[in-house]
Design a protein around this ligand. Sequence first.
Ligand code: NAD
Ligand code: LMR
Length: 335
Amino acid sequence: MAAATTITITGAGGQIGYALLYRIAAGDMLGADRSVRLRLLEIPQGMRAAEGAALELQDCAFPLLDDVEVTDDADVAFDGANIALLVGARPRGPGMERADLLAANAGIFGPQGAAIARGAASDIRVVAVGNPANTNALIAAASATGVPADRFSALTRLDHNRAIGQLAARLGARPDAVRNVAIWGNHSATQFPDISHATVDGIPLIDALSGTLGGEAAAHAWLDDEFIPRVAKRGAEIIDVRGSSSVASAANAAIEHVRDEQLGTAGGWTSAAVVSHGEYGVPEGLVCSFPVVSDGSGYRIVDDLPLDARARERFGASVAELVAERDAVRNLGLL
Ligand code: NAD
Ligand code: LMR
């Protein structure tokens, strides 16, 4: 078996951390032939919860788990890391404005990016899960001097999976029959879940929907009035129904994001927020969700899809939000 892969998980004592750790250690992320070494980063208040999770990891006696270390020191946590999942973030509190939230999270993701630059392995790949995920990834990348920016990404796989879940349910299809859905833009309510290139069992998805709903006009009405808002606001729906934000589905999406990036996408593209090089007119350097593929060497944007005027307008609105987030962080002197 190859040398163990070192994986750093920040916020490991939190809800998503608890849902992630055991699946990673069981081999769900990197496969049954790669052993893992886990580095759990917490703030002092979260240390006991992370230490408890580490005790339980030991009690699982996972054959692939080489070692677990719990720390509140970012330099220790990222030392030699091959993969980092940045989950720990500052949630929005009462009376907090968006700028306050961006500033609080810049204070977390900036220093973590710098620690990654100081100590991570040369093949490090990082995914930001903590919100606002796209801009947190941008901040971490900007602070990681010497690490190529394209090693940083943010999670929109959850939105991608949510879109597939809604479509499969509406069509009475298996989720794995639905291919080539795309999430464009920000991991926020402005995102654009797009089915214009999607298929179900090889049939254009719009045709299948038109058949189910009684015509193309009805299909478009369902997409505009139900599907897009439902997917874009699913995070809020989960908070409303559960009483707290998504956990198992977020952890599952993070595992699938890393797995596909590291092992390669199969059967079409997926969605991830990655650094723009100007694709589709998105300003260079923004961390924006696109359809992406990977051959195991990192995500590459599928850059040749036709987008009609309505799609461009929806995508443009979400990109404008990302630009505003970037500018707010810049104006605070944090970028
Ligand atoms: P949680 O509050 O249960 O856990 C967060 C943990 O992070 C806490 O244990 C906290 O102590 C820790 N933490 C805070 N600051 C830290 C720092 N500087 N270094 C290390 N650890 C730190 O929250 P959760 O439910 O696990 O969610 C985590 C984040 O993920 C939230 O920002 C949430 O909004 C976000 N989220 C993103 C997606 C997505 O699809 N991108 C989906 C769901 C949730
Ligand atoms: C989610 O999508 O479930 C999370 O990002 C939580 C949220 O605030 O929407």
